[in-house]
Design a protein around this ligand. Structure first.
Ligand code: PHE
Length: 505
């Protein structure tokens, strides 16, 4: 802004930017206090500026090195709600005394009625301290004159609040001991004086209004012309602000989602509570399999009456479990429909895959999810009872083991992990079954399972083409992604750790 430079007087070196209100405070100090004298911040009175504006100008000027600020702690006293009431109606002890004087005496019971129980009690206690004690339930006073001055001083004290300095110490003590009349607050008062730099520029700064915000109106009506613009001081110190960031798991989950979406997969969603029938039977997991044990699975203690939505499909599960499919023998035990109707917290998201494929029986299909599962498991450095699985499936004429290898390599490669290993494994629903292992910095981490669905899984549901599928741990991935030795660290609310990740997509 050319015209600005012509108007601004120059001083040696870099002149700090000073806003008009800061300039007014500088000039006020130079004019009113002389260059070397100090003022408290409440003594800086500028028309059109509130106490707050003065206070913030002082803070900025201090930061810019133009003011020297000394801080003094002191206690400020103010009236409470009760205190204000007494100031209006008179102190209870004074009102009581006046009543007694008027009639020569007063019964304490009547006093309570006149003043109310609360004020009545206060009045009796305070009068007793001044030597007027009830006798036989009656307070009698001949003249109140002796106490008039005491009460006048008390009221005078209260009406002088809020104040901090030069309070009568006896009265202060008196009211501090009485309940709920005055309250005290610690305050810091700032005493300010121009620094050498402040003295140097106080005469040079401009208090003229500046344009600090450019609005459409300003531009349209041209009123900006010839005006002074507020400059930005790019060197002024700013506090570090910790803005909200994604939790590392949320971030990683989102990255994973994006990768599968970019690869053309459809996202599937499911429910935490599932039928054992879909979570297990559909996947050809026999009913006496150890994974179905209460030790490993959370069962929901719900009324068995919640109807399974598809009785037909249950019959096909029974058929497969008991007799198999063409060319395969099945498990050969007596299948129990009640066990299939039990509700569980899903132990894996492969339940979403199998439900999805049952609904979308036309190949090709490519679907994924990143969702939570639950296992009745003891928690240790690499096991959690509640975790996320990266689930996925590819169902197509050309789906086979090499498609699976390729998909895993592609997926992990996009996250930056290029060294994968597949080791033979076992799941009742896949053949072959493979566990995916990632190698990083000489260490290996098991990430999850995968394989090709067995015909006992696909055929009863009417799936005609081969299906490859995988279920991978998101938290395990997070361990290698963030370099953790203990999976539990992810869910410790360690703010310092969480702040370490300026996670951006
Ligand atoms: N569901 C298996 C698990 O929870 C992983 C898996 C998914 C294995 C799909 C094979 C196929 O560990």
């Amino acid at each position: 802004m050319e015209h600005k430079d012509e108007q601004t007087p120059k001083i040696e070196g870099n002149m700090p930017e000073v806003s008009p209100s800061e300039a007014r405070v500088l000039k006020f100090l130079a004019d009113n206090a002389g260059l070397q004298k100090s003022l408290t911040e409440y003594e800086i009175l500028l028309e059109g500026m509130t106490e707050r504006e003065v206070s913030s100008a002082i803070s900025w000027l201090e930061k810019k090195g133009l003011l020297l600020v000394e801080r003094k702690e002191h206690t400020a006293y103010t009236l409470t709600y009760e205190g204000k009431r007494f100031l209006e109606t008179g102190l209870p002890e004074e009102r009581a005394l006046n009543l007694a004087v008027k009639n020569g005496d007063i019964k304490t019971a009547d006093l309570m009625k006149e003043l109310g129980a609360k004020d009545g009690k206060i009045a009796i206690a305070q009068l007793a301290k001044l030597g007027i004690k009830p006798e036989g339930g009656i307070i009698s006073v001949k003249s109140g004159d002796a106490l008039k001055e005491v009460f006048r001083e008390r009221i005078l004290f209260l009406s002088g609040l809020p104040q901090s300095a030069s309070l009568n110490p006896e009265l202060l003590e008196h009211f501090r001991k009485r309940e709920d009349i005055i309250s005290e607050k610690k305050r810091t008062e700032r005493i300010v004086r121009l620094s050498d730099a402040g003295i140097k520029i106080a005469g040079l700064v401009s208090t003229e209004e500046q344009i600090s915000e450019i609005t459409p109106e300003l531009l349209q009506n041209g009123s900006w012309r010839g005006k002074d613009f507020r400059r930005y001081d790019l060197n002024s110190p700013v506090e570090r602000i910790n803005s909200a960031v994604f939790h590392p798991i949320t971030f990683l989950k989102e990255r994973v989602r994006r990768i599968f979406l970019e690869m053309g997969f459809t996202e599937m969603t499911g429910h935490y509570v599932e039928y054992a029938g879909w979570n297990m039977d559909a996947l050809f997991i026999p009913q006496d399999h150890p994974a179905r044990d209460m030790q490993d699975t959370f069962y929901i203690d719900a009324d068995r009456g919640i109807p399974f939505e598809d009785e037909e499909v249950l019959k096909t599960f029974q058929e497969v479990h008991e007799k198999g499919v063409e060319g395969y023998t099945g498990w050969g035990y007596r299948w129990d429909v009640e066990k299939a109707k039990q509700l569980v917290l899903r132990t894996h998201t492969t339940v979403s895959t199998i439900r999805y494929l049952y609904k979308h029986r036309n190949a090709p299909q490519a679907a994924f999810s990143v969702e939570k599962v639950f296992r009745h498991e003891s928690v240790d450095w690499k096991h959690l009872a509640e975790l996320h699985q990266i689930e996925g499936t590819y169902y197509a004429k050309d789906a086979n083991l090499s498609t699976l290898f390729w998909l895993m390599k592609e997926f992990y490669g996009r996250l930056g992990f290029h060294d994968l290993k597949f080791i033979p494994s076992y799941y009742p629903y896949t053949e072959p079954s493979l566990d995916v292992v990632v190698k990083i910095n000489g260490k290996e981490m098991e990430l999850g399972g995968s394989g090709v669905f067995r015909p006992e899984v696909t055929r009863p549901l009417g799936l005609k083409e081969p299906v490859v599928a995988w279920g991978l741990g998101l938290e395990r991935l997070a361990m290698v992604y963030y370099g953790l030795d203990d999976v539990r660290d992810i869910y410790r609310t360690d703010i310092d750790w969480l702040r370490k990740f300026p996670l951006k997509f």
